[in-house]
Design a binder for this molecule. Sequence first.
Ligand code: 9MR
Length: 362
Amino acid sequence: MTRRTALAGALAATFPARNADEEEPGLREYAARAGLLYGAAAAWPVLRDDESYARAFAQECSILVPENVLKMGPVQPEPGAFRFEPADFMAEFCRRHDMRMRGHTLLWHQQAWPWLKTIADAQEARKRLEEHILTVAGRYRGSMHSWDVVNEAVHVPDGRQDGLRKTPFLELLGSDYVELAFRIAHDADPQAKLTYNDYGLDYDTPGQESKRQAVLRLLRHLKEREVPIHAFGMQAHLDWAEFRHFNPETLQRFFREIAELGLEIYITELDVSDRDLPDEIAQRDEAIAKVYHTYLTAALAERAVKAVLTWGLTDRYTWLATRRQRPSGTPVRVLPLDRDYRRKPAWQAIRDAFRTAPARDG
Ligand code: 9MR
């Protein structure tokens, strides 16, 4: 038997609902009791190759989002040539383990098509965007919980009145490109909840307040134009040191305004950087857990919040390991499970926030 078929065989068996060593059910169970979904971003090819990783996803998550493989560049590396093997594997994994799946992301200025520069004009850009979205979202039509249609399109420092980030898509297609992407996505998959996803909106600082206002203006504009948009994605990449700027009321006010537009809210990329904490593990874990708990307790008070996803599940695989390295070089401890898939205080903090969250319709 080849390694691939052996692994496929191992994965074909449905993992037990809970680990034999674990007394407690997974976070998916606590989330379900509150009418929520809980999940995490999954890395490729780790999900295929690391059985402990796959088992942890099956135990803890009721929703999964591919961390990278559905982005524009990875999924269409050359014009007209699509690479679906990794996302297809993840979709099959979700089916097998009774999990929902989110798509991330149909339009983003990072990890965009490597051949973007060859596009000559608006007409060609529109054609390429249509082909991309219809092909990618169309492939998973009817099976996606939601799609991040447009990611990170607002950037106030770029100085535009409408708050839009200056990107090649904006230059090629004009400011209606956001609307265009949502309309195509709706044609491709009329059942998926179409989401606008963004970061840098968590704290009570003047910079983040002006970004919140710009995001609200964009969402209102889309609703006024009857664009098919159904949800807002709050990335929530948090940082222990910056968390002194967190104010629950500010977050709740922002969420209320979004909910009043008739949109659902998903916490899409939650993690907490421990860069500025001392090395001592118990102290560090406790500080990070407190941030998870405080943030989620405030967020879940808003009943429009329907899903919580962390950006990774285990400290073994996280973008923060390279992007927010600790000055001492000790490994980061930023996600619910440690490097050996053991539940950490952050896991318990998420569980506790789910336990006390006001129940909502699922
Ligand atoms: O976690 C992702 C990392 O592996 C990629 O190298 C990076 C590329 O820019 O994107 C990371 O995920 C980002 C997500 O797609 C959008 N929001 C910010 C995330 C962290 O950078």
